[in-house]
Ligand binder design. Sequence first.
Ligand SMILES: Cc1ncc(C[n+]2csc(CCOP(=O)(O)OP(=O)(O)O)c2C)c(N)n1
Ligand SMILES: CC(=O)[C@@H](O)[C@H](O)COP(=O)(O)O
Ligand SMILES: [Mg+2]
Length: 630
Amino acid sequence: MSRLLDDIDSPESLKALDIDQLKTLSNEIREFLIDNVSKTGGHLASNLGVVELTIALHYVYNSPWDKIIWDVGHQSYTHKILTGRKSLFPTLRKYGGMSGFPKRYESVHDCFETGHSSTSVSAALGMARARDLKKEHYSVIAVIGDGSISGGMAFEALNDAGRSRNDLTVILNDNAMSIDKNVGGLALYLARLRSSPGYGKAKRDIKGVISRIPYIGDSLVSGIERLKNSFKYIFVPGMLFEELGFTYIGPIDGHNLDELISVLRRVKNMKGPLLVHVVTVKGKGYKFSEENPERFHGIAPFDAENGHEETSPDMTYTKAFSNAMLSAGARDKRVVAITAAMKDGTGLGRFAERYPDRFFDVGIAEQHAVTMAAGMAAAGLRPVVAIYSSFLQRAYDQIIHDICMQDLPVILAIDRAGLVGEDGPTHHGVFDISYLRSMPNMCVLAPKDGQELDKMLQFALSMDGPVAIRYPKGATYYGHDAHQTDIDVMNWECLQFGADVAILAVGRMVGIALDAAAILKTMGINAAVYNARCIKPLPSSTLADILINIKRLVTVEDNIEKGGFGSSIAEFIFDNDIKGVDLDIIAIPDRFVPHGSVDKLLNKLKMTPQGIASRIYERINGNITVRNRG
Ligand SMILES: Cc1ncc(C[n+]2csc(CCOP(=O)(O)OP(=O)(O)O)c2C)c(N)n1
Ligand SMILES: CC(=O)[C@@H](O)[C@H](O)COP(=O)(O)O
Ligand SMILES: [Mg+2]
């Protein structure tokens, strides 16, 4: 049977449909999303929740003339379908395939790239101001979730936009969920709006609100009564958003296409900063994701019939951290755990259950999480802030100003360090070594396996200053079975002796370096391999000892080459005026790495055992121009 979806390849083709057809289309899109994401994996629940909203936006507005900005961008799949990318879904998040986030290179309809949360209102206000300065005429719409609107940047932007005279529409997609249940005062406030006993009051006060709208389309200006009757939705005065300077419209049922389209048609003609509050159900239309939106937020391939995911690895670094935190919490009552809306992603779920009083989910607020931890440390607690590497970039200044400058004992547990794979460049955690090692007082550690992670956490909790422990997404390393019970966290571990070259490897790259050394052996090259678990401070006497015997060093790290671990070795050689050393830094090159599986990306970057072995072989044999530009 033919589907309406088969003929939809642009917003124009959508506009040819009537409302009943749009409803049919929304069902077809849901089936399409479930079918495709079950095969590729991806952010299913958020996308199922915005099918009608996305249809209504493209039905009413004229993208790419009008600009639609998707906050985080993880919910942009229907937007991608409606803007001509349906056929690319089998390639979703695969190397060379379609990104899971808006990308300007993919489509003119992706007017602004996202991935990190809470950026859309700032970007939209920027576009609106540019439009007005250039005397152009188009609508700018930011679509932001109830989780993302709680982020500091979103508040800053609302504060600015609310007082501006610029025309701008913020669509608040409220599903009461971040990845987990949404937290904080704003979430409670939105819950009150949703249950809306204030409807009656709103209706009484509507006249006052309308009088504050600077301009309403011609047909409406004439009669407030007519407006009142024709708007089934509500203007609610005296609320937070109104006080900030926005005209608030809502709450609207985000799955009712008639209502959405009629509201957006009117909103399109209104002036000034507007906030349209749309209520949706995360995971809508698929039993398993409605029941369990957390699990279907970002999911690996799964069986669409029963919702079962492909099996995940037994022991990940995240699970090792989770275990280590349970033990740390039992040992020391001063240990507290903080997450910025990533409780399960960072493995803190079990700590939260076991020690609810010592667990803090602050919402999508990395800056606040870090400074709050500094406050806790200053007041005698031992805070562990677990944040993904790329999201921690948000808190760069807070780490310097609030933690390092006061030399406070805050532990940064940095998950998803290195390449994360399918989420791509917005999420790869490849900058943390560079920015953390430049901070005075900061100690930077990287475990090669789960056992070291545990020891590092214990060590960090015994320290009086800041410690960052960075570890990657995925299965822990098992290859090296000679586990030491007495790990000297501040020193490197020699895993293999060899006289021709010393490979100094960091974290996940240790196992890969050992495999590279095995390949080199078959090529007649004896490589020493060191687990460079302490990145800062460098264990200078160990490094100096290595350099007495071996003048050829290769560093291997899953961090950007500029300013990373390899750079610190170059600085050491330079600072100590050590002559005759050949240093090769194998790291992420100076460009953004696309999405794709971690294995595929490492392969492309020639950071696999074979790639590293070949590069070392060629360098030793005279061709020193080989770089990892893959
Ligand atoms: C700066 C930053 N921190 C954390 C995340 C991880 N993250 C992605 S989506 C999400 C929840 C967003 O909730 P909401 O905006 O309500 O969208 P929903 O998933 O409910 O549709 C979080 C915490 C992120 N992308 N960016
Ligand atoms: C959209 C977003 O930022 C998160 O959902 C992220 O994709 C989670 O990554 P993990 O799947 O590695 O937890
Ligand atoms: Mg939400």
